[in-house]
Design a binder for this molecule. Sequence first.
Ligand SMILES: Cc1ncc(COP(=O)(O)OP(=O)(O)O)c(N)n1
Ligand code: 3NM
Ligand code: MG
Length: 207
Amino acid sequence: MSFTPSLYLVTDTALCGDRGVAEVVRAAVAGGVDAVQVRAKHGPDRDRLALVVAVRDVLAGTGVPLFVNDAVDVALVAGADGVHLGQSDLPAEQVRRIAPGLLVGLSVSTVEQAQRVDPAVVDYLGVGPVRDTATKPDAAAALGAEGVRAVVAASPVPCVAIGGIHPDNLDPLRGTGITGFCVVSEICAADDPRRAARALRNQWDRA
Ligand SMILES: Cc1ncc(COP(=O)(O)OP(=O)(O)O)c(N)n1
Ligand SMILES: Cc1nc(C(=O)O)sc1CCOP(=O)(O)O
Ligand SMILES: [Mg+2]
């Protein structure tokens, strides 16, 4: 299956606040989000699993695929659709071997990393960061739109851009070859996540 989302939400539990991640996801999907990744970097696996299951239940019947950040075991136990791996996470080859039913996403921030991707084991790339972002202080150097274009050109699989993407800097990403883009804070920290998602989706679809 080819994974080519337009608007991919990556969750941040703290930014979602008292509303909870699952309710923010529900609103964001109503606004046009077409892929979701649960990214919970802190806390016990039991809590991570409960969060993924809650989001899975919100997404049931919507057709929106669910990814889990980093944790292949949690993705399998929760019945998620895929896992997103970074350059320091488990190698994609091994993950594909032990979990052939999961979609696999991989983070890249250089042309060389994209050139090394095996399309038999990786389904899509997260290319970033586009801009510096407080959401991931340990991200690589910002690529800008031209950097994203170069990485996408080197990739054998579909790419989404990530990192510091907001309405005021989205348009330059058009024409870089990405199929879509990811946001965390623009939706998770929004007063109205549905409206924020709808605005991003309309802006992107207005190609
Ligand atoms: C779609 C997408 N792209 C990139 C990332 C970043 O993954 P990683 O480099 O492993 O960093 P953490 O998210 O684990 O801090 C992502 N999560 N999703
Ligand atoms: C999770 C993540 N990965 C990145 C990468 O560059 O790989 S940047 C990032 C955080 C993106 O958050 P925001 O939309 O709030 O800037
Ligand atoms: Mg990771």
